[in-house]
Design a binder for this molecule. Structure first.
Ligand code: NAD
Ligand code: MN
Length: 361
């Protein structure tokens, strides 16, 4: 029996609601499958802790995660209207991504059969994009400062940092991913017309790496017109590699095009497995619907599926993916973001039931 040690951080807003369904799905899948088992350790890190103790996580939180022998981290979401967003994000998520060198943020975007895209005339075969987002540097490197704060002379500087190693490894990951998963093309999101240092550097490295993969087509496009292309011709996109900020924005757009922000998952990967990787929906804490029990848990459940894949549990991962597809295609149970009336619990339960019936077959 393979045993996996999971850290679960439900976090804020809808985080605890959706993560409950994700964990429940993984646990019942493991029981039904019979080949592996999850040991779960939960952490109450987040805004409530911040308000109580002045920090989102304990001072030794990163060490706890690193030394705890975790095979993966599942995270709900972080963010609360009572605390400025840069405090909550820099108090928990961004430090984990950087400290654990989770330099790949893998974000698949798919229109599932049975789900309606806001784009007229687009079908499941038209929207199937994998975004490979750089996750540790670029625009979110966290370098900068404010001086003369509160005076009329105030200056704010946020420095974008691109390193040769950082750009090369993310571009290489995109090409390797394309090769491994039989995808045909890698599109690089750039802005080298206005950012003449960082993005010209990005383009140069993209071309150098692309030359090593003659079997995979490549192209680059300026981020503004690429955003328009996501809407006008999503079927022309396959794998997209993007910097931290560009990838962040493009994937919320892609999630909306695939039917809901409540569907899109992500894997924050340290491909070398020196540190645990982290799996979470791409959406935030959705304060507008938090506590109502109507959030779509699929993005979190699919993130758990990405974790199964990363752990090497390919059979279980394929089974869960089929259950997600099946329940969406049937269309009987779905949350309000997808036009239905089901609760988070009912939608999660429908997936868990489908998993059980597939295993029984
Ligand atoms: P958001 O993703 O939380 O919400 C945007 C919209 O999408 C809202 O109308 C929300 O109701 C809807 N939505 C999101 N997830 C949904 C789901 N699972 N089911 C149904 N509807 C869903 O983005 P925001 O409003 O810009 O940010 C809210 C908070 O989340 C902020 O504090 C922000 O900093 C934080 N945030 C955190 C993360 C993260 O934890 N990784 C990511 C993005 C934003
Ligand atoms: Mn985002």
């Amino acid at each position: 029996m393979r045993r996996y040690h999971l850290a679960v951080i439900p976090g804020d807003g809808i985080g605890p609601e959706v993560i409950t369904e994700s964990v429940q799905t993984l646990v019942s899948l493991a029981v039904a499958h019979g080949g592996f088992h999850f040991d779960i350790q939960q952490f109450d890190w987040g805004t409530e802790r911040y308000l109580r103790e002045g920090a989102m996580m304990p001072a030794d939180g990163l060490t706890t995660l690193e030394r705890g022998g975790f095979d993966g981290i599942l995270l709900g979401s972080v963010g609360d209207p009572r605390v400025p967003d840069h405090i909550t994000l820099w108090g928990l998520i961004l430090p984990i991504r950087q400290a654990f060198d989770q330099y790949v943020n893998l974000r698949p975007l798919r229109l599932f059969p049975g789900v309606r895209s806001p784009l007229a005339g687009k079908h499941p075969k038209d929207i199937d994009i994998v975004c490979v987002r750089e996750n540790t540097e670029g625009e979110y490197a966290g370098a900068g400062g404010r001086v003369h704060q509160g005076t009329e002379d105030e200056v704010a500087i946020q420095t974008t940092i691109f390193t040769h190693m950082g750009v090369e490894r993310i571009v290489r990951y995109a090409f390797e991913y394309a090769r491994q998963y039989g995808r045909k093309k890698v599109t690089s999101a750039t802005k080298s017309n206005s950012m003449q240092y960082t993005m010209v550097f990005w383009d140069e490295i993209f071309r150098q790496v692309a030359a090593e993969y003659p079997d995979v087509a490549h192209e680059q496009q300026l981020i503004d017109s690429l955003a328009a292309r996501f809407v006008a011709h999503p079927e022309s996109l396959d794998v997209v590699v993007a910097s931290n900020l560009f990838g962040d924005i493009l994937t919320d757009l892609g999630a909306a095009l695939s039917g809901s922000l409540g569907l899109a998952p992500s894997a924050n990967l340290n491909p070398q497995r020196r540190y645990p990787s982290l799996f979470q929906a791409i959406h935030g804490s959705a304060p507008d619907i938090a506590g109502k029990g109507i959030a779509n848990p699929l993005a979190s459940i699919w993130s758990g599926q990405l974790m199964l894949d990363f752990l090497g549990e390919h059979e279980a991962a394929a089974l869960l993916m089929r259950a997600i597809e099946e329940v969406l295609a049937r269309g009987q149970v779905r949350t309000p973001d997808l036009g239905g009336t089901a609760t988070t619990r009912q939608f999660g339960f429908a997936i868990q039931e489908q998993v059980q019936s597939q295993v029984a077959q």
